[in-house]
Design a protein around this ligand. Structure first.
Ligand SMILES: [Zn+2]
Length: 214
């Protein structure tokens, strides 16, 4: 003999619970949404400036022009500084080939040489992101800073082991990036500063326009 339990209809209080489960979200949702909306409005109004500031996070910046996947655009008003003291020992432009035991220079000098004692601190000329810190052969130990919008500054003949920055690091104008040296093809301690906007440009007028005299 099989024990069959008699079927019972759903009890009234269970039915009420089921009805509430269906009805309550429908009733509560609009109230919750309106409460949430008004809360967000108040928070947005009172915290708008803070929220905007917080969104500008250096770690989110990716140096370089959009064509290279970057989104860090150099501010036209960004300050510029002279990377090292010392007078110009070789200008930008054509010049006789200079040979040392380490090799020979090019017939065109695509940077400007600032004579400064070895060990002198080198400052980043402006804000940007370090994209290279490595040996570049005849140009010696070299740091490249990408300022966004296709603009780069390049620092050559640095002292071996003097890098104070690493690739990917964001720097400001004046951040110490390393020391003056004479690595690569160099006849004395100096900083070879190059500025590139696709092609190399003369740093002297570029920096003069930005208030920096070389
Ligand atoms: Zn040079």
């Amino acid at each position: 003999m099989t024990d069959v339990r008699p079927r019972r209809s759903i009890r009234p209080h269970v039915r009420l619970l089921l009805a509430l489960a269906v009805a309550v979200p429908a009733l509560v949702a609009p109230i919750a949404a309106s409460a949430q909306a008004s809360t967000v409005d108040a928070a947005t109004l009172s915290a708008a400036p803070t929220a905007v500031t917080a969104a500008v996070d250096d770690s989110q910046l990716n140096a370089g022009p959009p064509s290279r996947g970057g989104n860090y655009m150099h501010d036209a008003d960004a300050p510029w500084v002279r990377p090292v003291p010392g007078k110009v020992t070789s200008n930008f432009g054509p010049r006789p080939v200079i040979c040392t035991p380490a090799g020979c220079s090019n017939t065109t000098h695509d940077g400007i040489d600032l004579g400064s004692p070895c060990g002198t601190a080198i400052k980043a000329a402006s804000a940007g992101r370090v994209t290279s810190a490595s040996n570049a052969g005849s140009f010696g130990e070299r740091v490249i800073i990408d300022h966004g919008s296709g603009l780069e500054t390049i620092y050559g003949h640095m002292q071996t082991g003097s890098y104070k920055v690493t690739v990917g690091q964001l720097v400001k104008a004046g951040t110490i990036i390393g020391n003056v040296g004479m690595t690569g093809v160099a006849t004395g301690c100096h900083l070879d500063l190059k500025i590139r906007t696709g092609a190399y440009i003369d740093p002297k007028p570029f920096l003069a326009f930005r208030g920096v005299t070389l």
